[in-house]
Design a protein around this ligand. Structure first.
Ligand code: SAM
Length: 325
């Protein structure tokens, strides 16, 4: 980094992540004055705060392959990003709720080591499966809708992504079978339907879906699809059933990660993530939550100018552990 480029950074007021304050940001100008500052490489700060030996994987780390600073960065409870549309997004966007493989990779890398196996019982068009392929993990997906299974397959073929095992079917039946076969996974990382497909939605079609690239009516008619429950209570009961099965097929001391987006229906907030966490606590220890703020999500004037109606621009990433008994 030449002096000129460093001066330019000073001028534009760039913020950088500081390991000394656990990955929170501070201005690059303060960073350059810090005793631990080492150098700038391709715009990234290289810092001496973690002694050399801490920049390696800790020998007692049985969970993942992260260095101390990467581990700490992940433990922050808010993640603010939007990811570039990559890895077959043009095909995958037909799914109403596909997740960025880069986000899933970030989560998988914390909860597994290379070559370990992740299960996603609600696999959709394969956000988790692709994320696993990107970081040399194995994955098994279960998806009830054949169209999504076919899209996943096509994405892998057209983008040269390693194809993981994707099973077409109802995850309750398939996880039951896995349990009978004593099959166990190193992590379960999943993104189930967030609610029953009730007719009324937040904006009830009022603002259209102009900025969405998918067809919101695009759900299966299969009665075993969790979206086809007719009340939140029935939906929570199915999630509890799934939770019990996930507990049976997860290795001890390993983690279940579930992404849930709360919703707002019939004039009230529905804290689905809270209700699901309460039910899953019957089996698992609830370890925490990460909020994924999807920057760039559109904001609409729902309650304006009369009452508070939230623009829900985040997903809750719920983290549970199966304790060793
Ligand atoms: C929120 S989406 C998952 C999207 C996925 N993360 C992706 O990146 O494409 C939830 C998925 O669960 C599937 N699903 C619903 N009920 C199911 C069931 N009983 N068994 C398996 N999959 C189910 C739906 O078809 C839907 O694709």
């Amino acid at each position: 980094m030449t002096q000129n480029r460093t001066e330019k950074f000073f001028k534009v007021g760039v913020n950088v992540e500081c390991p000394k304050v656990y990955g929170n940001t501070l201005s690059l100008s303060s960073c350059l004055k810090c005793d631990f500052f080492k150098t700038l490489e391709k715009g990234k700060v290289i810092c001496n705060f973690f002694p050399e030996e801490e920049n390696k994987i800790h020998p007692k780390n049985k969970l993942n392959e992260l260095m101390g600073n990467e581990w700490l960065f992940f433990t922050k409870t808010v993640l603010r990003t939007s990811y570039p549309s990559e890895y077959g997004h043009t095909l995958r966007k037909k799914h109403y709720a596909n997740k960025p493989p880069q986000l899933m990779k970030h989560i998988i890398e914390f909860f597994t080591k290379s070559e370990q196996t992740v299960l996603d019982p609600f696999a959709g068009v394969g956000g988790t499966l692709i994320g696993a392929s990107l970081c040399n993990r194995n994955a098994v997906g279960i998806e009830i809708n054949q169209e999504w299974v076919e899209i996943y397959s096509k994405v892998c073929e057209t983008h040269g992504i390693k194809k993981q095992e994707m099973i077409l079917g109802d995850c309750l039946e398939i996880m039951e079978r896995f349990s009978d076969e004593a099959k166990e996974f190193d992590a379960i990382i999943t993104d189930p339907p967030y609610s029953p497909a009730l007719e009324k939605t937040l904006c009830d079609g009022k603002y259209g879906w102009a900025r969405r690239h998918s067809n919101f009516e695009n759900f299966s008619e299969n009665p075993k699809d969790f979206r086809n429950t007719t009340s939140f209570d029935d939906y929570y009961k199915l999630m509890e059933k799934a939770g019990k099965l996930m507990f049976q097929i997860l290795k001890p001391e390993k983690y279940l990660v579930i992404m849930i987006r709360d919703s707002y229906q019939a004039k009230q907030y529905i804290p689905a993530s809270f209700h699901i966490a309460t039910r899953l606590e019957k089996f698992f220890t609830f370890k925490g939550i990460k909020i994924w703020h999807q920057t760039g999500a559109p904001v609409r004037p729902y309650g304006y100018p009369f009452s508070f109606v939230p623009n829900i621009v985040h997903h809750n990433i719920l983290i549970f552990k199966k304790e060793k008994f």
